[in-house]
Design a protein. Structure first.
Ligand code: NAP
Length: 484
């Protein structure tokens, strides 16, 4: 965990587009409040892609972050047509910043349709797993797949961090938002972690909400939420929604936290059309710097800056995104007004007095779940074919004759189509063929699965394999829609 240093060094990445304007504003304010920080400027993003570094993150930036373990960054543009991955995602993954903390609160002077409701909530988004692991394949020329990987270790880490964050800010409740009603194994893993860990924090109310209802409730009655912990893609979507509740992306800060490194940045991107025009709203990066000050243990300075930002807004000093670009103050005028307000106290709004977030130590062991028993009970072999289910099924049954595995069913995009399949299904050229033990009392092994793959391969092109396993006598797979 980042040590609390009396003279910390922070790696600063100005970023692309509006990034440098926002980051300069935040640095000017932090310097003005009198916190003794050395800023070490490094780069990532567009100019690095242009220089031919495919990741968008050069070695000297990585070296700096490995040393300082603290980053204040502007948004990085993801160029279209060159460079392979987003430099942002690369940074988050390189330093295993597994938690993305995205707070929003009602702001004085920023009128929205929710003004007066007292919104003050935080989305804690898992930041490295889920569909954003980016493991995608074309299984056939016309059928794409993205693997949704969710680990118990990853869920335990993010759930614990959400509770620790809630505790550090004396927050009253943590809601876990998942789609576990449909994705019982993947999204369900997060729900089960939550139910296991919540009792360790008895002073904090805990409840589960299905993610689509969470979105509905956020629009209908956002003030009911305090901390929301959720999986990566859910969190990405609802945190953009929550930023819109309080005035938009210009006001949404974030912290990417890991066991070793913390990266503070706005939720917004590089908004290239406003770059260099001195008109954009730097509040999101300034409030990200406030989160950084809290992380450094500089709670008085953090409070002073937050009061100054809220006072400035309350006085009606507003940028163009709020009042229109013909009426708004410039980015530099806005920054000067905040600096002039350092020491002022906002009227009628509270600023949370935070404590240091205890980032829970993560076990280094890759294996965190050891079942007492496990057995292979079959395999799903995915094949590419233009045949209809009633043609494919009998052929596969014939191919399985003499094997300890038999064809149980075939599904197409998750719905059973053979035997006795739903005739209304509009099939595509990728089938999941489920082979299970012919005799449930007899064990089967990998050799039997390999033999079955060979038999299928004699007639069809397979494109994906999944083992069917039981852990502690519980199936480690789900049934197809319509499967008995
Ligand atoms: P964006 O840069 O967030 O901008 C979308 C819109 O949000 C802007 O056009 C503007 O709205 C508003 N906006 C964003 N920041 C603002 C600010 N500080 N002040 C006032 N208004 C602000 O999203 P994008 O256009 O989709 O993405 C642009 C680039 O940024 C892409 O290359 C993307 O990959 C990258 N990106 C980077 C990060 C990151 O570094 N973490 C995050 C997201 C996107 P109006 O047009 O309505 O005025």
């Amino acid at each position: 965990m980042t040590s609390l240093s009396t003279h910390p060094t922070v790696t600063v990445i100005p970023g692309d587009g509006i990034g440098p304007e926002c980051v300069n504003a935040a640095i000017d304010i932090v310097n003005a409040v009198g916190v003794d920080i050395s800023w070490e400027e490094r780069h990532a993003g567009e100019r690095i892609f242009e220089a031919g570094v495919a990741s968008g993150v050069p070695e000297d930036t990585i070296e700096s972050i490995n040393r300082t373990r603290l980053v204040l960054k502007g948004p990085l543009g993801t160029p279209v047509g060159y460079g392979e991955k987003s430099a942002n995602v690369t940074l988050r993954k390189l330093f295993e910043t597994y938690a993305n903390i995205r707070p929003v609160r009602e702001l004085p002077g920023v009128t929205t349709r929710y003004s007066g409701s007292g919104i003050d909530l935080v989305v804690v988004r898992e930041n490295v797993e889920d569909l954003y692991a980016g493991i995608e394949h074309m299984q056939t020329p016309g059928v794409a797949q993205c693997l949704k990987l969710i680990s118990r270790k990853g869920c335990d880490k993010i759930v614990r961090l959400a509770f620790e964050f809630a505790r550090s800010e004396d927050r009253r409740s943590v809601a876990c938002a998942t789609k576990s009603n449909i994705m019982k194994l993947t999204e369900g893993e997060m729900k089960r972690s939550f139910e296991r860990i919540a009792p360790e924090y008895p002073e904090i109310e805990s409840w589960h909400v299905i993610i689509d209802n969470c979105a509905h409730q956020l629009v209908k009655k956002p003030e009911q939420f305090d901390v929301i912990v959720t999986t990566n893609m859910n969190g990405d979507i609802i945190s953009d929604l929550t930023s819109a509740l309080v005035g938009g992306l210009g006001f949404a800060p974030s912290a990417n936290l890991g066991s070793d490194v913390a990266i503070f940045e706005a939720v917004h991107g590089s908004a290239p059309k406003y770059a260099g025009r001195n008109v954009i709203n730097p509040t999101a990066v300034i409030l990200s710097a406030v989160m950084m000050l809290k992380h450094l243990g500089e709670f008085d300075a953090a409070e002073t800056v937050e009061h100054a930002v809220l006072s400035t807004l309350q006085q009606g000093t507003l940028t163009g995104d709020v009042v229109g670009y013909d009426l708004g103050v410039s980015t530099t005028e806005y920054t000067k007004a905040i600096i002039a307000n350092l020491g002022a106290r906002v009227d009628g709004y509270t600023v949370r007095r935070a404590r240091h977030v205890q980032i829970p130590p993560a076990p280094r062991d890759p294996v965190t779940v050891r079942p007492a028993s496990r057995e292979i009970v079959g395999a799903d072999i995915f094949v590419e074919t233009g045949q209809y289910p009633e043609q494919l099924g009998p052929v596969l049954e014939d191919l399985a004759v003499g094997s300890p595995l038999k064809l149980k069913m075939i599904s197409n995009r998750g719905t059973k189509v053979y035997p006795d399949g739903n005739k209304n299904i509009d099939v595509v050229d990728q089938y999941r063929c489920r082979f299970v033990r012919r005799d449930a009392t007899q064990p089967v092994g990998l050799a039997d699965v390999r033999d079955m793959i060979g038999r299928v391969e004699a007639r069809y092109q397979w494109c994906h394999i999944e083992l069917l396993q039981h852990f502690d006598d519980q199936p480690g797979y789900t049934k197809a829609q319509g499967e008995d």
